[in-house]
Design a protein around this ligand. Structure first.
Ligand code: NAP
Length: 738
């Protein structure tokens, strides 16, 4: 086929054929768009409405002069028209179709086209309406819709490209799919819902008091049955053409309805809640169904930029969202507990939502989150079920590492996947010790995700001397230890977060602690309870540093978790001379909590004690900014872990602060930072790392010029309301979403 298409013939000038003709004419795809239809009135209307350039009355002649012939007749008529046109095809011409089913059309085309099958590139636009006929033709019908092309092995790449280009010109997004897969997917997403709508309306219409029923039919009925107004002939044809795939879907649906029927009959609220909450979250994440992954992998777009003006302030009283680590663990342990766990203050960030979704996918009924409240119907330690597909945990390293320990002990196979940034992070640190326990885990090259975990492997308790201080590795092994034969113990080289230990004990599970050695043994169970998640000290850090560096500031952060394994930032800021007070200290659910008040006071440079580094590991992006505002030099060492976080945080902070004019030098395990009076401005990159993005936002409080921070979408992973709270305290930040 030459690159230049002179004439397209649309055969069947109804809704779809007419809309394609109109779109191709409006967008000048080729010099001539000709229409043919057995219904001459439709053809005449096509010319008078400007849908086509010309009406073809002689089909063979029109075929001979066309470079592309588009079959837009009902699916059952495809075979007849193919037989009519094949003898008249111009050399090199292509055929495509718009049929809603593919397997039957291709089966019919094989004997007719025989040696010319390579000319047929099948397609199906996923756009339409319940109207039919050329009068309903709409040149924008395919804009922002998908068109599925199902190439045959006989097709050349160039011909597939020509047909794809024709659809792209109409504004559609073109996808490729195998023929059988197309018919299966469409049976589930289009054919079954249409058949159900027809059936429901028909069933109700045949009731004696149907007029009465329809009179009171509310919006739900109208929405659900809108598609029952579609063309009956077309749907009869589809019902016949895609029989097997539709039958499979009807059977699956019948099974689902009968489960629901049993739940309704027995007044089984938990099963109903399970079905409805899973359906609700699936409805909110449609794309995940289309991509067959367990969790939407389009949670964030990378097109968010923060613009920050100088001259802001940091004043007021705020409560930052719930602790991310505790939110993750509340879902995990709540799911594994016996009974119902009620969580309040849950962080509705994408990372903890990824954990929540993973457990829903493993059959756990979870209500919410509604304004931080979550209700988890625990299934017990052995009640998880195999998820329908890979568990997609987005950007969340915590989810992947902790879940791997739990999944290594389950009876079923699982796969953990994540976004591009998570896919670069090391997982060997959890996979290696889990393998020592008997787990069978496959990772990609260099121990990176995805992690494929084989089920049904008996685990044995081990003692593990952690080579690095990592709460995620420790927690992962403890979770595996709940299932392993005997005792599992972990020694940590330096103290790390102990939320898992505290929460396990809170759920009544014994955890032994001797100095830096933590031990669990299998054979116990978790009992459900209430969890009030304290505010996240890592999120609070940005506002502590904001007040500490901005003259005139006075900020109070309420209900912040001050777990001793997390207060490195408080200790370091106090060593630097910050005016920071803990008020109203108390204990909530095993975790210490306080209100934190910070007023501006000049900071001085220090050598950050290495024993504080693991206690403040997530806080360094903000602490680098504090150090850059301090008098004298600050040295950070023993923090090589920062190089394998969501980004290489040492490099990201060094690069960004240099752009702002700071005298800073990166080292293998930290940085040497010389403080200055004020920063300049400029464009800095956050490398998709939420904490880098937030650190440069607060840096604006000491900048003379505006700062633009790129790639800030991942702020939603840990601190979805950061911009709103920053504006509330007086930071002059705006968010630009593209
Ligand atoms: P439509 O509005 O009824 O148009 C079909 C046209 O083809 C009618 O004018 C019909 O004429 C004509 N036709 C039927 N048999 C013919 C023959 N043997 N020779 C010449 N013309 C013939 O239907 P549509 O909604 O556009 O559907 C067309 C195709 O698109 C179908 O294959 C359908 O599966 C597919 N599709 C439809 C939708 C949708 O939502 N509607 C979406 C995607 C794909 P008569 O009126 O005389 O029968």
């Amino acid at each position: 086929m030459t690159d230049t298409v002179q004439q397209v013939l649309i055969l069947g000038l109804g809704l779809i054929g007419g809309s394609l003709a109109k779109a191709l004419r409006q967008r000048n795809f080729c010099p001539r768009v000709v229409g043919y239809d057995r219904n001459v009135a439709e053809l005449e209307a096509g010319v008078s409405l400007g849908v086509i350039d010309e009406a073809a009355l002689d089909l063979p002649a029109a075929v001979t002069n066309s470079d592309i012939v588009v079959l837009a007749v009902p699916v059952k008529a495809m075979e007849t028209v193919l037989a009519q046109i094949t003898p008249h095809l111009k050399p090199g011409a292509l055929i495509t179709d718009v049929g809603s089913t593919k397997g039957n059309i291709i089966a019919a085309a094989r004997p007719i086209l025989a040696g010319q099958l390579h000319r047929f590139v099948p397609g199906h636009p996923i756009a339409g309406s319940e109207k039919s006929g050329v009068a309903a033709a709409d040149g924008d019908l395919f804009r922002h819709h998908k068109v599925i092309v199902t190439p045959l092995v006989e097709n050349s790449a160039a011909d597939v490209q020509t047909i794809s280009r024709m659809w792209q010109i109409t504004g559609a997004e073109v996808l490729q799919m195998e023929i059988d897969r197309h018919d299966e997917v469409l049976a589930a997403t289009s054919h079954l819902p249409h058949l159900l709508a027809f059936s429901l309306v028909d069933t109700l219409a045949r009731e004696e008091d149907s007029t009465e029923i329809f009179r009171y039919a509310a919006g739900g009925f109208r929405d659900f049955t809108r598609i029952a107004a579609s063309d009956p002939v077309m749907w009869r044809d589809i019902g016949q053409a895609n029989r097997d795939a539709i039958l499979k879907q009807i059977d699956r649906f019948s099974e689902g309805v009968s489960k629901l029927r049993t739940a309704v009959a027995q007044g089984d609220g938990e099963t109903m809640t399970g079905i409805f909450t899973r359906a609700q979250s699936a409805r909110q994440h449609f794309s995940r169904i289309l991509s067959s992954t367990a969790y939407a992998n389009t949670m964030t777009t990378n097109d968010v930029t923060f613009h920050v003006q100088p001259g802001g302030s940091a004043n007021g009283t705020i409560r930052v969202p719930g602790d991310k680590s505790i939110s993750h663990r509340s879902i995990m342990l709540g799911a594994l507990a016996d009974g119902i766990t009620e969580v309040s203050g849950f962080l509705e960030g994408e990372d903890s939502l990824a954990t929540l979704q993973a457990f829903r996918d493993m059959g756990v009924v979870i209500e919410g989150p509604y304004e931080g409240e979550v209700k988890i119907y625990g299934v017990g330690l052995n009640g998880l079920q195999q998820p329908p597909g890979p568990l997609y945990v987005g950007n969340s390293g915590t989810s992947m590492r902790l879940l791997s320990g739990l999944l290594a002990a389950q009876s079923f196979d699982t796969e953990l996947t994540g976004d591009a940034s998570l896919t670069k992070r090391p997982m060997a640190r959890v996979a290696d010790p889990l393998r020592l326990m008997g787990a069978v885990i496959e990772t990609a090259e260099n121990g990176r995700p995805p992690m494929k975990i084989k089920g049904g492997q008996p685990l044995k308790g081990i003692h593990y001397d952690m080579p690095m201080a990592s709460a995620q590795v420790k927690s992962c092994l403890m979770l595996a230890g709940l299932y392993a034969e005997g005792e599992t113990s972990v020694t940590e080289p330096a103290p790390t977060r102990d939320h898992s230990e505290r929460m396990l004990r809170g759920f009544g599970y014994p955890v032994a602690q001797q100095g830096n050695l933590v031990t669990v043994e299998s054979g116990h169970s978790l009992s459900a309870g209430k969890i009030d998640v304290p505010s996240d000290i890592s999120s609070a850090t940005f506002f502590m540093v904001a007040a500490a560096i901005c003259p005139g500031s006075d900020i109070t952060l309420q209900h912040v978790g001050i777990n001793p394994t997390r207060i490195g930032v408080i200790n370091i800021l106090q060593l630097m001379g910050a005016d920071l007070e803990l008020l109203n200290e108390r204990e909530v659910g095993g975790e210490p909590v306080a209100d934190i008040r910070v007023r501006y006071a000049p900071l001085k440079g220090i050598h950050v004690p290495e024993d504080q580094v693991p206690l403040a590991i997530d806080e360094f992006p903000a602490l680098f900014v504090a150090a850059a505002c301090a008098q004298g030099q600050t040295v950070v060492s023993g923090a090589e872990e920062l190089r394998v976080k969501e980004s290489d945080r040492i490099q990201a902070m060094v690069d960004g602060l240099k752009i702002l004019g700071v005298d800073i030098e990166g080292t293998a395990d930290g940085a040497i930072i010389n403080g200055c009076e004020a920063f300049g401005g400029g464009v800095v990159e956050s490398h998709d790392d939420h904490r880098i993005a937030m650190a440069f936002t607060i840096a604006s409080l000491r900048a003379r010029e505006a700062i633009t921070v790129n790639e800030c979408a991942n702020v939603a992973t840990s601190f979805p309301v950061f911009v709103e709270l920053a504006q509330q305290v007086g930071i002059k930040v705006t968010k630009e979403e593209k």
